[in-house]
Every structure is written in C-alpha cells, then in structure tokens.
Design a protein around this ligand. Structure first.
Ligand code: ASP
Length: 603
C-alpha cells in the first residue's frame, strides 16, 4: 500500500508515531510560511502541516500542491496546539507534521468545488460524475446504499432466503410500461426484451420449489421521462411460497424497520406497528394510495351536510351523485385574497373544479360561538348551520381555514389529496427526519381505461383477487378487491406486491378480462400457464425500490439520482458516456436493422 493509515482514521494512539498518508488535497491554506492542507481519502480528512523551518525541501514540494492533486505525505502525528482543534472532525484534535511529500498525480482545476455540498448544475455533475462522487455528501449516499443492500442480504439470509439471478435478456414481462428491446444478431428480426421486473421468473422459481427467493434486481421500463424516474432502476425483488398477504406484509414490516434501525438510526419512525389501511380508507381519509402520514389534515365527508344547501355549486354536485369533502388547516384563516386564489389555481391543476374556502375568525373565543359574522367564504348561499356543521365535522378551530372540494368521488379524493400534500409541505409539517410508514391493502384488481375502452390491471396481471371477490370478475370487475399491498412512506411508494394467481384457469380468467385472446395468452404467457399445471404452490411477494429507499433515508439529496452512482438525467440521457448515441452502419447491418426517420439525438 502507498499509505500506512487512512486519513480519517488518525486517533490518539497514533500521536508520536510516523505515518504515511495518500489522498487528495481537499483544501490548502498558505499562512505565509506554514502551509496547511486537509488531505482527503474515502475515510475522511486529516490536517497536514508543512513548516519551512523544519524541512524546507518538503515545504517547497507542498507549495506546488493544488486542489485535488493526488499526493503522498509522510510525517508524525501530534496533538494540534490548544485552541486550534476542530471538534467537527473526527481527526480534528490531531495533525500530521510532514517530513516527506510526493506528488502522485497533478490535477486540473475541477469544474466545480468538490469540497462543497452546494446545489450545482446537474448536467455538469453527471458529466463529471467521478468528481461529483468525490463530494462527501454524495459518497455518503453511495455508502448508505451499500449499507442498506448489505443489511437486506444479511436479514434475508438469516431467514433462509436464497438470492437467485434471473436473466436480463428475456421476453416481455408486462408491468404496465413499454419494454426496452435488444435485437438478436443471430436471429434476424427477433428481439429480446429487458425485464420490467423478474416477476414471472420469481413465480417460476416458486413452482421450482425455491420457496424463499430474493434478488437485488435491475429493472428496465421504457416510460416517458418524469422528474423522479430512471429508465433502469434497482429493486429488492422477493417471493415466497405457501403464504397469504399478511405473511408478506409482516415480513416487509420487520425488514423495513430493521433497515432503518441499521442503516439510518438518526431517522425517527413515527408510528409502530406500521399502520395498515385499506385502499378505500386511504383514498377516503388522505386522498392518496401513498399518503404522507407525517401530518394529519385528514379529509372528511361533508356531502350529507350540504345536500339541501342553497349554494349552487354544492347543490348541483350532490344532485348529480357527487361528493363534497374538505379539511381544516390550522391557523390559516389569515390568508390573503391572493394566496386564496393561488390555492384555488393549484387545486385546478390537480383536477378539481376549484376550492371553497371558509376562514374562521381567529378572535372567536370558541368554535361553538360561531355566528354569520365570524367567517368568510366565497360560497354565496351557505347557511350558518351548514358552516357550523362543517366546522364541527372537520374539527376546525377559530383561526382555521376550511378547504372544500366538490365533484365526482374519483376526482375529489385524489385532487384534495394533492391539495392536502401541498398545504402540509407549505406549512412545514413534513419533517424530513421523520419516517411515517403505512401499508395500503386491498387495492382494486382492475380499473376501467376509458381511452382504450377496456379493463386494465392495477398492480400486474398475475395478482390474485381476494377469495370472496372472485365472483365479481364476471359481474362487476371494478368492485373486485385484489390481494395487492403497498408500503408507503412520507408520501412515496417504497414497495408493492401481491399474492399471486397460481392456477391456470384463474390466470386465464384474468387474462380474458384484460382482453387477451387465447392466441395472445399462449404466445406471451404460455410458459407460465403451463408451469401452473405442474403443481404450482400458492405464492406471493413484493418488490421495493432501492433508489427510492436510499433517497428516503439519506440526509442529503433531493432525488433518486443522488443515490445512484451513474444515473441518467431526467431526460434519460447519460452526459458522461453520451448515451444513447447513434451506432455505426456496420453494427446496424449486423443486427439487420435500418433506421428510418432519423431525428437528431435529443439531449
Ligand atoms: N413485480 C412487481 C413490481 O415490480 C412487484 C411484485 O408484485 O412483486 O412492482
């Protein structure tokens, strides 16, 4: 080794001893004579002093050092003089007095300051990712990710799970996205698809008797770019045989709480055991199937209160079978006219027709004393009794603002859920150090796709309906609940899974409902259907995003790209390698491919 100790590991026992260090010049301060450098390697920083009076030639070498040069230094460890210690650094009480120095490699001035955790242009960061990853905050994220994955492997190994690799070159594995295709050179005109997830493979492993499987699996989905999406991402993929949904959910609970404890002990888990809500309950109370439970602002149904109202909008909505829902925002009654208009405009972007606001006078001694002169609303015709009843139902207090939306349930709940999120964040109720997990159970099996005029799966086509709901597939499929579950945390989905169908007839029944004819079924899923005829055990599992989980547990960074060593941009472009990129005509020819309608590569 070119060093005898790592920079971050210098401790009291090294005082008085010679050491050799090697690393990067993190910072350099020239105090007209004395030169101080902070030397950095993967373990941290240590201060090195060069004194011309002690050793002029070594000092002369250090005069040339610049930021990010790679250097080797020999010297003796000593206590820093009293008053110059840095309590923020594990090595902050020591310094190394240099007796030798050696430049291992000079460096150009980096395009950005790698010693800072400031926000930087992301394109530049990704083009120079190897410099971005030198930033301690980024290096910490990559290490956190390692600790998470290592803990997952240890935890599952302890419970007799076996990690099995499944192919990357495969056939379409529908998870609701478009496939990435890989042309076959030796079978002209044929293509592999990259797996959207190892879903069918892990089910086949259950048929194979491998009854506890997991994999840290790469998944590929050719979806449209979106802020926090990557075309390839990593999942913990898991499957077990002879289980019911509760068994998997119990395992997920134990696993995720244990990951937090081991990998991010600084985070506070808000509620354990983790609350379990049905999908219907989550939508009704929070307007979301991944509710942010760090704050309340619960939605309440007000439809019955306003069914005979004189306020025209509510009257029309209830007459048409719609609903009226709202929630009270503590202390927000004082919002200005402009802020109210902004809230309403924001609500419109979330699919609501608008918002009715009721501001309750803060000077009112108690909500029971509410009279017509103690609230402000734009809803002309709302009766005092109606406002009183709505205040009571939403739990509004003097000084609160009640936000109300009306319309079809399918629009009001998710729309108001978004408003709830926005307001919660605006009021600073979403503490980044708190983790509010919740499980969502009993998702619908299918939903109606109005554009395609057909039923579409909600989770994936291999999910089982609840036993008591199978009959609904023939009569009222939209009402059938599935055996699917999700784990949400702080408003994001962390993991999802289901108990699967394990019988051929039932799988064919669902495929039929989804509009697959016999030929399509055989062509796309024949292998799975056939496997189900050879003794497939009841089974189920889940998958959880490693990128999202790391981002949730990280102390720094805003998005999943900050947890991936070499991610693509939001537009799915890789500025480091410059991919995707055109390939040579010779390569295309070999693959029997001709590019038509060439457009300039999008950056
Ligand atoms: N394959 C599913 C997914 O990727 C997870 C599962 O059902 O196990 O979301």
């Amino acid at each position: 080794m070119l060093k005898t100790i790592a920079c971050g590991n210098v401790r009291p026992e090294h005082v008085g001893h010679p050491v050799t260090l090697a690393g990067w010049v993190h910072r350099r301060r020239d105090h007209g004579g004395l030169i101080f450098i902070d030397l950095r390697d993967s373990t941290g920083l240590v201060q090195v002093v060069f004194n011309p009076a002690d050793n002029a030639s070594v000092h002369h070498i250090a005069e040339q050092f610049r930021s990010e040069w790679v250097v080797q230094v020999t010297g003796a460890v000593r206590h820093r003089p009293a008053g110059t210690e840095n309590p923020n650094l594990p090595t902050g009480h020591f310094e190394v007095v240099a007796t030798g120095a050696h430049v291992l490699n000079a460096a150009k001035t980096p395009p950005f300051d790698v010693t800072s955790d400031a926000a930087l242009d992301e394109l530049l960061r990704l083009k120079y990712r190897y410099l971005d990853l030198r930033r301690p905050v980024m290096a910490n994220n990559i290490r956190l990710r390692h600790r998470i994955v290592k803990h997952i492997r240890d935890f599952l190994d302890d419970r007799a799970f076996v990690e099995v690799e499944t192919p990357i070159l495969i056939k379409s594995t529908p998870e609701g996205a478009r496939d990435y295709l890989v042309p076959s050179r030796i079978r002209p005109g044929s293509f592999y698809a990259l797996p959207q997830s190892p879903q069918q493979l892990k089910q086949l492993l259950m048929v194979a008797g491998m009854d506890r499987y997991f994999q840290i699996a790469r998944c590929f989905r050719d979806e449209d770019p979106r802020a926090d999406r990557q075309p390839e991402f990593t999942q913990l993929d898991l499957e077990m045989a002879f289980v019911e949904p509760k068994d998997i959910v119990d395992l997920m609970e134990e696993l995720y709480l244990s990951i937090v404890k081991h990998a991010a002990p600084g985070k506070r888990v808000l509620t354990t055991p983790i609350p379990r809500l049905t999908y219907a309950e989550a939508m009704s109370r929070f307007g979301s199937d991944k509710p942010d439970m760090r704050f309340d602002l619960e939605l309440t149904d007000l439809t019955d209160i306003v069914k005979d109202t004189q306020f025209q909008v509510f009257k029309n909505v209830t007459a048409a079978g719609g609903i009226v829902k709202g929630f009270a925002v503590p202390g927000m009654a004082g919002v200005s006219r402009r802020e109210t208009d902004e809230l309403i405009a924001m609500a419109r972007t979330h699919g609501l027709g608008g918002l009715v606001t009721i501001a309750i006078d803060a000077s009112l001694p108690s909500i029971d004393a509410l009279t017509a002169s103690h609230f402000r609303t734009q809803a002309r015709g709302l009766a005092l009794g109606e406002v009183q009843a709505m205040s009571a139902r939403t739990g509004a207090k003097p000084g609160d603002l009640i936000l109300i939306a009306a319309g079809p349930q399918a629009k009001v709940e998710p729309g108001l859920g978004q408003v709830r999120l926005d307001v919660g964040h605006r009021l600073g109720l979403a503490d980044a150090n708190v983790l509010a997990f919740c499980f969502i159970l009993d998702f619908p099996l299918v939903e109606w796709d109005d554009d395609a005029r057909k039923w579409d799966f909600v989770h994936h086509p291999f999910t089982s309906a609840r036993d008591e709901d199978w009959h609904l597939l023939e009569t009222d499929p939209g009402k059938a609940r599935s055996k699917a579950y999700d784990l949400a945390c702080n408003g994001s989905e962390l993991a999802g899974g289901s108990a699967r169908i394990h019988q051929r007839e039932r799988q064919e029944q669902v495929f039929r409902l989804l509009g697959y004819d016999k030929a399509t079924m055989d062509e796309r899923f024949g292998h799975l259907l056939e496997a189900f005829e050879y003794g497939a055990p009841p089974h189920g599992g889940f998958a959880g995003g490693i990128d999202r989980l790391t981002a949730t547990l990280a102390d720094w960074g805003k998005n999943i790209r900050d947890t991936i060593a070499f991610p693509k941009t939001q537009e799915f472009f890789d500025p480091l390698f410059g991919s995707p990129a055109p390939v040579s005509d010779a390569q295309l020819k070999e693959l029997h491919i001709r590019v038509v309608d060439e457009k300039p590569a999008a950056r």
